[in-house]
Design a protein around this ligand. Structure first.
Ligand code: NZQ
Ligand code: ZN
Length: 393
């Protein structure tokens, strides 16, 4: 087994009605002044926000509110939320929502603990982050895994870039997970979440370091679980058991457990972020739109791994390894299609792109050809451009 360092400080509070104890959880962290961060209408409409407000009031906790977080959350909205957090002198940031809300809450927690520092300077490493306010989460969608992850992603619309920040300070102190809160999700968002959960696992799986057997088994079990329960959830979003499994998979897929002892690849995420920054498309869909093309482009460098994946996740047992590897890629893209996810740029809803746009996307994904992506096969901007071309139909 290879060495690793695993640190997961987030308390998980899982089950029906658990959001009713939010105030108590915030109190337990010694906090008295909260900034409540949320998105568009969904949490207000479902009555969830009122339950959270009441729970805070019962504990005599002051709260200010910062709503209106959009998917692919914007830097300037998070910056304005930071200014509010500083003005109100809050000591805790509470996110009620999905990845976009949680990432905005994380950004505000960094900005509020470092007044005067610009968020983008923190994001680009110009300002070194050494402290932050605690963040608590009430999760409403199983997808990004931000509720336990060490990362946060913002879009800087001024320069058209979407970028992540990884730091242990990004781990929330608690995450309340009540699967019933996800019942109101539209099917498209459920599918985007399933896709993202799979991708967080796959991006840690297709790595040359394959020595941690336990890590592999966790990843393969998680993939089988999310694929199976994803099918049920797509038919019935009120199936408590299926929504529970998906919710738990979402956290496990991105808290580093599925990749212990090996580096993360996340090259498909880099391509997806380039698409998200330019076309404002849903994150999970931006990944499935290019994953198959990425896999086709790299699989020959590690046919055995793709073959093993097909065997463990899809039960493929053909005699010829290369055929199994190809069948595994096909089975994955077939599943994406089955749950209504795109497997090409036109299915993503952005149409066929011109060559110049594909080249710009490749430059964005590789930070101007300054970084190589992927491990199985190293990808320069030219390779990424070829992958975008393969997906451009
Ligand atoms: O804004 P509201 O009205 O709440 O609607 C949201 C939004 O339109 C809706 N929604 C959420 N919960 C709902 C609901 N609608 C009805 N009922 C509910 N219970 O869903 C839409 C999408 O929400 P969003 O938060 O954007 O989804 P997701 O959790 O997929 O987050 C995506 C963002 O997370 C980033 C992505 O890049 C993207 O910006 N990621 C963050 C990561 C991290 N911090 O670790 C890792 C990921 O790889 C990802 O990059
Ligand atoms: Zn993701």
């Amino acid at each position: 087994m290879q060495e690793f360092h695993f640190y997961l400080p987030t308390e998980i509070i899982f089950g029906k009605d658990k959001e009713l104890q939010t105030g108590r959880e915030v109190s337990r962290h010694g906090s008295k002044r909260v900034l409540l961060v949320y998105g568009g209408r969904s949490a207000e409409k479902s009555g969830l926000l009122d339950r959270i407000r009441k729970s805070l009031e019962e504990e005599r906790i002051f709260y200010a509110e910062w709503g209106g977080v959009q998917p692919n959350p914007r830097l300037n909205h998070a910056q304005a939320g930071t200014d509010l957090a500083v003005r109100e002198n809050v000591d805790f940031i509470l996110a009620v929502g999905g990845g976009s809300v949680i990432d905005t809450a994380k950004a505000i927690s960094h900005g509020a603990a470092n007044p005067g520092a610009k968020l983008w300077d923190i994001w680009t490493g110009k300002v070194k982050l050494t402290k932050s306010l605690p963040v608590g989460v009430i999760l409403t969608i199983a997808a990004a895994g931000s509720e336990t992850s060490d990362s946060a992603v913002l879009t800087n619309t001024e320069i058209g870039k979407k970028a992540g920040l990884s730091t242990p300070l990004n781990r929330p102190v608690f995450a309340v997970m009540n699967p019933e809160l996800t019942y109101t999700l539209p099917p498209y968002q459920i599918a985007c979440g399933i896709a993202d959960i799979m991708m967080h696992t796959l991006e840690r799986y297709f790595i040359p370091d394959q020595k941690n057997q336990m890590t592999d088994e966790i990843a393969e079990g998680l993939l089988r679980t999310v694929i199976k329960n994803g099918r049920t959830a797509m038919k019935d979003s009120h199936d408590y058991d299926a929504m529970s499994e998906i919710m738990w998979c979402g956290s496990l897929s991105h808290n580093d457990l599925t990749g212990l002892g090996r580096p993360k690849d996340f090259s498909v995420h880099k391509l997806g972020h380039a698409l998200g920054a330019r076309f404002d498309c849903a994150h999970g869909a931006s990944l499935t739109a290019v994953w198959g093309s990425w896999a086709e482009y790299v699989y020959k460098n590690d046919i055995k791994r793709f073959c093993h994946y097909g065997e463990k996740v899809f039960g493929l047992d053909g005699e010829v390894c290369e055929q199994n590897a190809r069948a595994a890629i096909q089975a994955t893209t077939d599943y994406f299609r089955e749950i209504g996810m795109p497997v090409s740029l036109s299915e993503l809803g952005i149409g066929i792109q011109e060559e110049g746009v594909l080249r710009e996307l490749a430059q964005d994904a590789t930070r101007g050809d300054s970084v190589e992506l992927s491990f199985i096969r190293k990808l320069k901007a030219e390779d990424v451009y070829q992958i975008f071309r393969m997906a451009n139909h």
